[in-house]
Design a protein around this ligand. Structure first.
Ligand code: SAM
Ligand code: SF4
Ligand code: SF4
Length: 339
């Protein structure tokens, strides 16, 4: 599909459709307290059956249609994407499309899979890591996983050329804010980009309270006091992270302030859940069932026309409208929709 066939598609707030996040599974091998608390996502939890999930053929077909609508970046996510069987095969299919292909992973299985994914056509990875000390990390991830396993995954990703590796840290008040500086020190002077994320009120199970959010401004000040920072311009429209670089030239960090400094005005993302529902906002409570269209034999042209209509009516700006004092907790789970 050549770029000249693309017709620019903007929503009523003049936001182009550029990024597609695909959740390839709702399962995960961690139970991060802010995402899949183990009390809720325990033994009895009913995850999707295989037949309910989109097949690789279906994902590829939709990805091609989204490219026709202007999508230039796909991010594979989940749940934990590395739990999806034969993921390199999907990467190979999507890697053939004219776009930037990335993945967000918890890193636990990355040391094993990084090389295969890179050879299949994956461009970059973002790895989530919330602490370096095992006491904090194990408590946070709910299953006792060790930080060293994730650091090994990061090394393997870098060695395989999945660069620059971004490291995502979700910061929660009183839980891991003491880990911010050790993380900054650890990744400063490396080619990796360390990114701090405000704890968000996505889903209904993580007990979000505004009091648990450490505002981005405070995070930047915390680092700047010891390791002086200066702001840098965004690399492109729709970049969610505000960028800062160390004044001594030893790298940069990003801060994702979805709660205290929302960026809905530049939101160019759409999300596809593993069972084929499409969401135009992370905080949406209903999605459009694309799987049904695919399995009912709807033509490409009709699907594209529906998608155009959907985007041309899109008015989502949840984070900008969020009433922080009333407590959050709307919509569907992050592990299902894909972060
Ligand atoms: N399992 C993979 C991982 O953890 O990287 C991919 C899926 S995860 C849902 C994607 C990203 O969402 C991760 O970086 C995670 O830290 C972030 N995330 C999950 N719940 C969050 C929350 N309540 N607030 C902010 N970020 C969250
Ligand atoms: Fe799993 Fe990622 Fe959610 Fe943690 S943040 S529970 S690793 S999906
Ligand atoms: Fe985009 Fe919705 Fe997040 Fe706003 S709240 S940035 S519209 S996903």
């Amino acid at each position: 599909m050549g770029a000249r066939m693309t017709i620019a598609l903007h929503d009523p707030l003049d936001r182009p459709l550029r990024d597609l996040r695909i959740s390839v599974t709702d399962r995960c091998n961690l139970r991060c307290a802010y995402c899949m608390p183990k009390q809720i996502f325990g033994r009895g939890y009913k995850f999707l059956d295989r037949g309910e999930m989109l097949t690789f053929e279906e994902i590829e077909r939709l990805a091609r249609l989204f490219v026709r609508l202007g999508v230039r970046k796909i991010r594979l996510t989940g749940g934990e994407p590395l739990l999806r069987t034969d993921l390199p095969e999907l990467v190979g299919r999507l890697g053939a499309l004219p776009l930037d292909l990335a993945m967000t992973s918890n890193g636990l299985l990355l040391a094993k899979h990084a090389k295969k994914l890179a050879s299949a056509g994956l461009g970059r990875v973002t790895v989530s890591l919330d602490a370096l000390d095992d006491a904090t990390f194990s408590l946070n991830n709910g299953v006792g996983a060790r930080a060293q396993a994730i650091l090994d995954g990061i090394d393997a990703a870098a060695a395989a050329g999945l660069t620059p590796v971004k490291i995502n840290m979700v910061v929660r008040r009183g839980i891991n804010e003491h880990c911010v500086l050790p993380m900054a020190r650890r990744f400063r002077g490396t080619p990796h980009v360390f990114r701090l994320i405000e704890f968000m009120d996505v889903g209904r199970t993580n007990g979000w309270r505004f009091a648990d959010v450490v505002p981005a401004r405070e995070l930047v000040e915390m680092i700047d006091r010891e390791l002086p920072l200066e702001p840098i311009a965004p690399a492109y429209r729709g970049e969610v992270a505000r960028r800062w670089r160390y004044r001594d030239g030893r790298g940069e960090i990003g801060v994702i302030a979805s709660v205290t400094e929302p960026f809905c005005g530049d939101c160019t993302r759409v999300r596809l859940s593993s069972n084929g529902k499409l969401y135009t906002c992370l905080f949406a409570s209903t999605g459009t069932d694309l799987k049904r269209w695919l399995r009912d034999g709807v033509s490409d042209a009709t699907i594209v026309a529906h998608l155009r209509g959907l985007w041309s009516r899109r008015a989502d700006r949840y984070s900008e409208k969020r009433a922080i004092s009333t407590g959050g907790g709307q919509g569907i789970e992050m592990s299902y929709i894909g972060g």
